[in-house]
Design a protein around this ligand. Structure first.
Ligand code: ZN
Length: 302
């Protein structure tokens, strides 16, 4: 067995099945509920212990060119699915773009249309930003945060007296939000597959504050398409541009950013706020040759 997926605290049967799952060519950073249940039956350890042990796996995915400080996380969804996360830094770019492991796991769940998170295990105490990101979740009052050495917290313990989406009157919080229905201003955009993929990401984005439902789709040099929607936060400044969910998808598939050759960006016409410049700035650093096309859309009110 390859050492990179060896989890010494769990049974050899577990390790064997786990290695097969994560080495599958279709592995995309999650283990679905059905597989997870079978997997957990292969070791005598309790679920919380298994989640902590699983953290060792995604440390290998972390991109820490600046800090060399590897953090990993796993989030369990209300569906029973398990989503992995690791921290990501971008060489030659502002530290502001960095993705923390807890954020990665939550974005991973968002990408897979998970409807809530019940547990989040992480190998270091969550920073204040991650506590704010967790506060955005529809399950923030129920989520259990697990740390090594059997330390367990509620979000209320880590972040008492929070500034939350409630303060801005938001009811449908992150992962509990509904997709919207959008159409291009120009009908001809429907002929472009990449723009359509970006529109689909925009429809599934989380933009309760600006109402700028926006999405990005990228094409890699092997013809694969990845899309992502914006994820806003009540703090505004911890909003993830639509490129960040795509970065999460690429890392889950062990793909290189430099493989991106084309991108399509779609945003809601007339919006008062936009992550457009932020998105393009990072995109041009990680994929300097990228060709970018854009389009505007509007909500379809039914
Ligand atoms: Zn953090």
């Amino acid at each position: 067995m390859n050492e990179e997926v060896m989890l010494p605290g769990l049974s050899s049967e577990f390790n064997e099945k786990f290695a097969a799952l994560v080495r599958d060519k279709n592995f995309s950073g999650l283990i679905n509920a059905k597989e997870l249940e079978k997997l957990f039956n292969l070791t005598p350890n309790k679920e919380d212990e298994i989640l902590i042990e699983l953290l060792k796996f995604y440390e290998n995915y972390a991109k820490t060119e600046v800090s060399n400080f590897k953090v990993s996380a796993v989030a369990k969804g209300v569906s029973g699915n398990l989503y992995f996360g690791c921290n990501v830094e971008f060489e030659h770019e502002a530290l502001n773009y960095s993705i923390h492991a807890e954020q990665f796991a939550i974005i991973n769940a968002f990408n897979h249309k998970e409807r809530g998170i019940t547990k989040l295990a992480v190998n270091y105490i969550p920073c204040a930003l991650c506590r704010q990101v967790m506060m955005e979740l529809n399950t923030s009052d129920k989520i259990k945060i697990l740390l090594p050495e059997n330390r367990k917290f509620s979000i209320n313990e880590l972040y008492p007296d929070p500034f939350s989406p409630d303060d801005l009157g938001i009811e449908n919080k992150l992962l509990g939000h509904n997709a919207c229905n959008m159409q291009f201003l120009s009908e001809s955009c429907n002929d472009d597959f990449l723009l359509k993929s970006a529109l689909s990401a925009a429809e599934n984005s989380y933009a309760p504050y600006s109402k700028n439902y926006c999405g990005l789709a990228v094409k890699t040099d092997d013809g694969e398409i990845y899309n992502g929607g914006v994820i806003e936060n009540v703090s505004f400044s911890i909003t993830f541009s639509p490129l960040i969910p795509i970065i999460v998808k690429l890392i889950n598939r062990k793909q290189n950013y430099s493989k991106i050759i084309k991108a399509a960006y779609v945003e809601t016409t007339g919006s008062i706020a936009s992550p457009r410049n932020l998105t393009f700035s990072l995109l041009k650093t990680i994929a300097p040759e990228v060709e970018i096309i854009t389009a505007e859309s509007s909500l379809v009110i039914s």
